[in-house]
Design a protein around this ligand. Structure first.
Ligand code: UDP
Ligand code: MG
Length: 138
């Protein structure tokens, strides 16, 4: 079974959207196997987004992602990574397809409501940053 890390980002937390977004994923048949609320420190945020450390938006992105506590979740299912990316939609809400989470709730390219892993390999690495093995259920 494939797993993916989902983060409900500060813009969605501030508007009370965590439950709605988690509900959409569960409604698509994805299995919720880990859940918590966490206010990341800068070091963890920089590790999570390390692949973007040379991008011009990196510092702003880290400042934003640590601006409020957020909900962290792991979902499991056949093809979960790609299915969840499709449900979330394109990075920029303005370019995201109709009916996607980012189209419906995202505010702009940074404040796009959610993070979702982009490959099964990255998912396993990301999940291990946020959850220990005994915090993930089946
Ligand atoms: N981001 C940004 N400006 C950009 C591109 C991305 O602030 O021009 C932020 C946005 O919050 C995005 C995150 O950086 O979700 C990670 O970027 P990535 O390209 O990995 O997009 P994702 O995988 O989240 O769709
Ligand atoms: Mg990404």
């Amino acid at each position: 079974m494939e797993r993916s890390l989902v983060l409900i980002k500060p813009d969605a937390m501030e508007r009370g959207l965590a439950g709605v977004i988690i509900g959409r994923l569960q409604g698509e048949g994805l299995n919720l196997v880990a859940l918590r609320m966490l206010h990341m420190d800068r070091a963890l945020a920089e590790r999570h987004y390390a692949v973007h450390k040379d991008k011009p938006f990196f510092k702003d992105l880290v400042d934003y992602i640590i601006s409020t506590p957020k909900v962290d979740a792991v979902f499991e299912g056949r093809g979960a990574v790609e299915r969840i990316r499709t449900i979330m939609g394109a990075t920029d809400p303005a370019r995201a397809a109709a009916g996607t989470v980012r189209k419906d709730f995202g505010l702009d390219v940074q404040r796009n409501s959610t993070h979702a892993s982009d490959s099964p390999e990255n998912a396993e690495k990301e999940i291990s940053l946020f959850f220990t093995k005994n915090e993930i259920f089946d």
